[in-house]
Write a protein that binds this ligand. Structure first.
Ligand code: PHE
Length: 345
């Protein structure tokens, strides 16, 4: 019997050695260690042995079993490791292959200008306000001191939805809306947004464009506050050595009204093609809020005053980036847009 066991052990170990995969190994396990295997058979036959022989044989059977089990486990571990190595080899990435270019987008030049203005004013404690693009005649005109039939309405002909509803011609209706919303409290807002006018599109006109409105209402808000604020805008958007010039103008909702020019950022004021040889570039319209507008907004003009300005985003972007045709902003030609590569963030 001892002989038989030794023989079995050698056989099993050889087969384990020869097995080339987990399935074969499992077959060896079942064949030798399983319930119907020869080792189990031998154990069953122990009953026929004399009591003295039994413990010796028992120990021997166990040793054989241990040997076979141990060898099996080592082989299983070995095969598993090999499988992992093979897989790694198979799935290896060839790092020498040229990569696929990742196309990174960039912000639209108009978005950039608007965000730059927003950041500037947020840093000065302004809130960002919004209003509807489809607006009531009342907010677009009447509440801004432009009653029906007022001749200044002609400058801002637009698309009417009904007699009383239109596509807003400027962001100024948000002035009226904000005053009503703030219920007599002082405030500072800017409002970026789309506006519309019945214009024939050409290199400098578009029936849809963007403005950024600014409005400050409070006690003791003076013309000098407006001037200082405009100076900050000019320097932030066009360079620290810009100077500003205010010219008298007219808007029905501000009194006095001004146009702001900046000293030319290209020639510094000596005259060039950008400033049309005047040394100055017109940038925006502004003024002190008209008492009628304050009153209609629920503010007592004897106690409160304010200033407002309206910036054309396209105009700023055209000047800043040297864009010669306003239509480039809307046609989404990637050859145009991709020229404005990200430089930050
Ligand atoms: N709403 C004016 C326009 O579109 C600009 C403006 C805004 C002027 C605020 C004065 C004050 O032409």
């Amino acid at each position: 019997m001892e002989q038989q066991l030794k023989q079995l052990e050698l056989e099993a170990l050889a087969k384990i050695e020869a097995a080339s995969n987990l399935k074969e190994l499992n077959e060896v396990r079942v064949a030798y260690l399983g319930k119907k295997g020869p080792i189990t058979d031998l154990l069953k036959g122990m009953g026929k042995l004399s009591p003295e022989e039994r413990p010796k044989m028992g120990a021997l059977v166990n040793t054989v079993r241990e040997h076979v089990t141990e060898k099996l486990e080592t082989k299983v571990a070995h095969l598993e490791e090999q499988a992992v190595l093979e897989q790694l080899e198979k799935e290896a990435i060839d790092v020498t292959l040229p990569g696929r270019p990742v196309r990174v987008g960039n912000r639209h030049p108009l978005t950039r200008v608007v965000e730059e203005i927003e950041d500037l004013f947020l840093s000065m404690g302004y809130e960002i306000a919004e209003g509807p693009e489809v607006e009531k005649d009342y907010y677009n005109f009447e509440a801004l001191n432009l009653p029906k039939g007022h001749p200044a309405r002609d400058m801002q002909d637009t698309f009417y939805i009904t007699e009383e509803t239109l596509l807003r011609t400027h962001t100024s209706p948000v002035q009226a809306r904000t005053m009503i919303e703030k219920k007599g409290e002082p405030f500072r807002i800017i409002c970026p947004g789309k506006v519309f006018r019945r214009d024939n599109d050409d290199a400098t006109h578009s029936h849809q464009f963007m403005q950024v409105e600014g409005l400050v209402v409070g006690e003791n808000i003076r013309m000098s506050d407006l001037k200082g604020t405009l100076d900050i805008i000019a320097k932030k958007m066009f360079g620290a050595d810009r100077e500003i010039r205010l010219r008298p103008s007219f808007f029905p909702f501000t009194e006095p009204s001004v146009e702001m020019d900046i000293s030319c950022f290209k020639c510094g004021g000596s005259g060039c093609n950008v400033c049309k040889h005047t040394g100055w570039i017109e940038i925006l319209g502004a003024g002190m809020v008209h008492p009628n507008v304050l009153e209609m907004g629920g503010y007592d003009p004897k106690k409160y005053s304010g200033f407002a300005f309206g910036i054309g985003a396209e105009r700023i972007a055209m000047l800043k980036y040297g864009v010669e045709d306003i239509r480039h902003f809307y046609t989404n030609d990637t050859r145009f847009i991709s020229q404005f590569q990200r430089t930050e963030g």
